[in-house]
Design a protein around this ligand. Structure first.
Ligand code: MG
Length: 399
């Protein structure tokens, strides 16, 4: 039988320098007695599953999680009937973030179960139509002195909107998961957000939460290059010219596989790019932690800055990729059209429901006396998938 030997990968030799995990006391304690495993409603321990494994399962089984399949990551299905089935939606993006987060957490000796739960939850607060939908909701709320923040909306989903259990509203997640949902990508001031007081607002979140923001960015930067090339919006030569890191990896991929098709060589370069970013995040984070001599979670929380980080040279590459994607993909003419449509649908439905709130389902309307009508309408719209928000918009125009 013919045996195919894999060719040696020229990038692997330098990537095998494993420097080991961080001090064990930096990882969040995942035991039942851990203060960060506390729940708003006390529940008995499970026979064989730890608190964060249970949280990851609760998120995975939530309705809001399933709706991610119908929400735009970058490409909106409605904008073009012929759109490829291979482009990421917010659910497949979330699964890619979880894969990266698990790898980084495991390599650094962090709590993998917590990192996974946070990765699964990191986008459940996103409204339909990606960032265009978020901007539209934010603009609509601004007229009422309010704003839309997907992290805070995610917290509302897991503490209130999900109704799965007879004993309590929400998913009754652990303190560590709720803190991470709120703080993984930014910090909140106690002065502006007294309602978040239980989440240690004067300190940084654990590394398991900090790394989610990076895993998110690694996942979408590499995936959006992939989808952008696949969609024909980006051109390989243009990517090579603008991004030196990609160009180098593409050159080595071509040298390693001279007979491979252009498509497979581009995939290989993207795979190496993802690997390079993940490896640098692991090394960069370890370096920052060790440089400061941080050995416990408490020291990490009180450090002068967040400690999850890329190295300085890769940070420049990351910024270059992001800028490139903003100019050539996210704000490309085709996408601008989709964003304008999203703004029209979300903004239009918001105005319509504000004028006729009785058209909202009773359980949403019941929030209005305590939350105010504008927030209630925004919460209702934020939960919708792309297709459902369009369906509601079309229906309300017929009335
Ligand atoms: Mg994300």
């Amino acid at each position: 039988m013919l045996k195919l030997a894999a060719r040696p990968d020229s990038t692997m030799a330098t990537e095998n320098k494993f420097a080991g995990p961080l001090s064990a006391a930096i990882a969040v304690d995942g035991g039942e007695q851990s203060p960060l495993a506390a729940r708003a409603y006390a529940q008995p321990a499970h026979a064989y599953r730890g608190p964060f494994v249970r949280d990851a399962a609760r998120i995975l089984h939530a309705r809001a999680f399933r709706r991610l399949a119908g929400k735009t990551q970058v490409f909106t299905r409605l904008q073009d009937e012929g759109l490829s089935d291979h482009f990421r939606n917010r659910l497949t993006h979330t699964l890619e973030v979880a894969q990266i987060a698990r790898t980084v957490a495991a390599t650094l000796g962090l709590n993998v179960e917590l990192a996974e739960a946070l990765a699964l939850a990191h986008d459940i607060g996103h409204p339909p139509f990606g960032h265009a939908g978020e901007r539209a909701l934010d603009r609509a709320l601004a007229a009422y002195g309010l704003s839309f923040d997907h992290n805070l909306h995610a917290l509302r989903i897991v503490t209130w909107f999900e109704e799965r259990y007879p004993g309590f509203r929400g998913l009754n997640l652990t303190l560590a998961v709720r803190e991470g949902i709120v703080k993984h990508s930014r910090d909140y001031s106690a002065h502006e957000h007294p309602e978040l007081a239980e989440f240690f607002l004067d300190r940084f979140p654990p590394l398991e939460a900090q790394l989610i923001d990076f895993a998110d960015e690694i996942a979408y930067l590499t995936a959006d290059l992939d989808d952008g090339l696949d969609a024909g919006i980006l051109d390989l030569d243009q990517v090579r010219e603008a991004l030196p890191l990609f160009r180098n990896l593409h050159d080595t991929a071509r040298a390693d596989y001279p007979a491979a098709t252009a498509k497979l060589t581009a995939y290989e370069a993207l795979r190496r790019l993802l690997n390079a970013l993940v490896t640098d995040l692991i090394d960069g984070t370890r370096l920052r932690v060790q440089t400061l001599g941080v050995e416990t979670l408490d020291e990490l929380r009180r450090a002068p800055q967040r400690l999850a980080a890329f190295s300085a040279p890769i940070e420049l590459e990351r910024a270059a990729i992001k800028e490139f994607l903003y100019t050539n993909l996210y704000n490309s003419p085709g996408q601008e059209q989709a964003h304008a449509y999203a703004g029209q649908v979300v903004g239009g439905l918001f105005a319509h429901l504000l004028a006729t709130p009785e058209r909202m389902p009773a359980d949403h309307l019941a929030q209005a006396p305590t939350e105010g009508l504008a927030r209630t309408v925004a919460d209702y719209i934020a939960g919708m998938t792309d297709s459902y928000v369009v369906q509601q918009w079309v229906r309300c125009q017929k009335r």
